[in-house]
Structure formats: structure tokens, C-alpha cells
Design a protein around this ligand. Structure first.
Ligand SMILES: [Zn+2]
Ligand SMILES: [Zn+2]
Length: 180
């Protein structure tokens, strides 16, 4: 894979994690890591009633920042995200627009009343990112022991495999995933 990847922090507090994640993902997946896209959470995506952000308009806004089809944008935020009919989402992807977002809000052990654990937080962040990037590269949710398995809570997230299963890996390595 030679896609250009931008890992974009949407809050200042995510900057360090975005840099870390960009390094890990480019090594692991062979992305060409790019810099230069700056964005923040759009006010119109904010839902004051639930104090959350609606993921869909955020992804739409990010798509406008892309220069070409081969570019992939993965955004990170500290804010809580939701989509219709789901109280929250850890992460969300738009595989047509090739943009994705991960929320760190519910990935931190502190959210569950547990002590800070940066290693665990980063492992969850990486897992969520690999899952959404898989969608951007054409994969669907998978029922194997696989990072593409769909999860509904943090326990399932922690139990999920860290990598792609052989079947997903085969699909990932097929060329011209970029073209629709
Ligand atoms: Zn999925
Ligand atoms: Zn799989």
C-alpha cells in the first residue's frame, strides 16, 4: 500500500497521540505519512443535549480537505462521538470519502473509573484506527478473530485480535483499492 495518510488531531490534547499513531501506522501499513492538514471539530456537529459530536458532518468536512483520491485522512478527537441510532461510537469511517475519525473519549481507562494507563489507551487507539483504516481500504466488518470484527463496548475492543485475519489481509494486499 502506498496511500498517503494524514493523521489529524482535532484537539490540541490529541496532537501527541496523532503523531505517535502516524508513526506506528506508516511503519505497520506502509502508508506515506503526510503533514499539513489542520482541522478542528466543526461547531455544527456539536449536540449540546448530549455533549457529543455527530461524526458524519465531521467526516464530510475532512473530505473537503483532501487533495486527491489516494489521500486518506484519519482524525483523532478527545470528544465523544455519536451517529443516529447509536448512543456513541468509538470511531467511524466513510469509505467513499476515505476519511475516518477515532474518539479517545471512551478509550481512556479513566472514563471507566480506572487509573490512567497510557499503554492500554494507545493499544485501543491503534485497534480502532486499524479497524477504520481497514474500511477505508475496502474491508467490511469480519466475524473472524480479526481487528475488523465489529465491537460494541470496551471489553470487546480489548478482547479483539490486534491484526487483520488472513482473509482480510489477502483483500488488503490486492492492488488498486484506491479506485472505486
Ligand atoms: Zn467496522
Ligand atoms: Zn478479518
Amino acid at each position: 500500500m502506498y496511500e498517503k495518510l494524514y493523521v489529524v488531531p482535532l484537539d490540541e490534547s490529541c496532537r501527541h497521540y496523532a503523531e505517535w499513531l502516524g508513526q506506528v501506522l506508516s511503519k505497520k501499513m506502509g502508508f506515506r505519512l503526510q503533514t499539513g492538514i489542520v482541522s478542528r471539530l466543526p461547531d455544527e456537529a456539536y449536540n449540546a443535549a448530549s455533549n457529543q459530536y455527530y461524526a458524519v458532518p465531521i467526516l464530510a468536512k475532512l473530505e473537503l480537505l483532501k487533495g486527491s483520491e489516494e489521500e486518506i485522512i484519519l482524525a483523532i478527537t478527545d470528544e465523544d462521538l455519536y451517529i443516529p441510532n447509536q448512543n456513541f461510537v468509538f470511531s467511524q469511517a466513510n469509505s467513499v470519502g476515505r476519511t475516518a475519525i477515532v474518539s479517545m473519549f471512551r478509550l481512556k481507562p479513566e472514563f471507566y473509573g480506572l487509573p490512567e494507563d497510557d499503554e492500554l489507551h494507545k493499544a485501543r487507539l491503534l485497534g480502532a484506527a486499524l479497524h477504520e483504516l481497514g474500511h477505508l481500504l475496502g474491508l467490511r466488518n469480519c466475524s473472524n478473530e480479526c481487528v475488523m470484527r465489529s465491537i460494541g463496548n470496551v471489553h470487546e475492543l480489548d478482547r479483539r485480535a490486534e491484526g487483520y485475519c488472513p482473509s482480510c489481509l489477502l483483500n488488503l494486499t490486492l492492488p488498486t483499492k484506491v479506485k472505486i
